[in-house]
Design a protein around this ligand. Structure first.
Ligand SMILES: [Mg+2]
Length: 245
């Protein structure tokens, strides 16, 4: 297991739980904000049902046999959520209000990118840098990158919500390589998620580093035919050694 850095021209990162922590606590806080706006507009939600729908929505892109890895459309799943919880259709302005709260809650919860900036400062003189995130709201990802001062580092930001497909589908990876103007074989992909990041990047022809700094929120089984990562790192700082020698 070793990265061949002699052929690497670009480093592409996953976002949540790779560059910034976004674990169970944040998901609970996000769901709390969502429950709050639902209660304000429609009355107290059935919290168990809300949690079950949220879990199902998060896993939906990876379900099916074979999975299609289609990203959720946020207005659609939010409308469905309201219908399931309250048995009625939201008025357009109510739906807009719930979507606004979802957007703001996400941006507010993304924080703590100091360690990432230290790493990216060191890497950017030597490599092109990109980001590929699985999230249904591209605008929220971009606003959060601005907020934590990470946006300036990336020549390419690819979000599943903007292109319709989630990692490990090949499209987010090929889009990133095209935007960076390098071949997949010249990219090292860094991510926490075994299926979306490690398997996705390897299937796309990239080298992959599995970062295990924070526990991933979606846990996928490992299969005998899965690729092994080219390296593993227990924290972002360790990537300096791997990528700069
Ligand atoms: Mg992640």
């Amino acid at each position: 297991m070793a990265i061949d850095i002699s052929i690497v021209r670009a480093v592409v990162f996953d976002y949540g739980n790779t560059l910034v922590e976004f674990g169970q606590d944040k998901i609970r806080m996000y769901d709390g904000a969502l429950a709050g706006v639902l209660e304000r507009l429609f009355g107290p939600p059935d919290l168990e049902m809300l949690a079950a729908i949220r879990d199902r929505d998060r896993m939906a892109p990876y379900s099916g046999n074979p999975p299609e890895y289609r990203e959720n459309r946020l207005p659609d799943i939010t409308g469905e959520l309201i219908r399931a919880l309250y048995g009625r259709r939201a008025a357009p302005e109510q739906l807009d209000e719930v979507l606004r709260v979802r957007y703001e809650a996400f941006v507010e919860l993304v924080e703590g990118a100091d360690e990432a900036r230290v790493l990216l400062d060191r890497l950017r003189g030597r490599y092109r840098l990109g980001l590929v995130s699985n999230y249904p709201d591209g605008a929220a990802i971009r606003a959060s990158l601005d907020k934590v001062k990470l946006a300036e580092y990336f020549e390419s930001v690819v979000v599943s919500g903007d292109i319709g497909y989630c990692k490990p589908h090949p499209l987010p990876f090929s889009r990133s390589a095209a935007e960076l103007g390098v071949a997949p074989g010249e990219i090292v992909f860094v991510g926490d998620n075994w299926l979306a990041d490690v398997q996705g990047a390897k299937r796309a022809g990239m080298q992959a580093v599995h970062l295990v700094q924070w526990p991933p929120h979606e846990v996928f089984d490992r299969a005998p035919d899965h690729f092994q990562p080219d390296a593993a790192a227990s924290c972002l700082a360790e990537l300096q050694t791997i990528l700069l020698g």
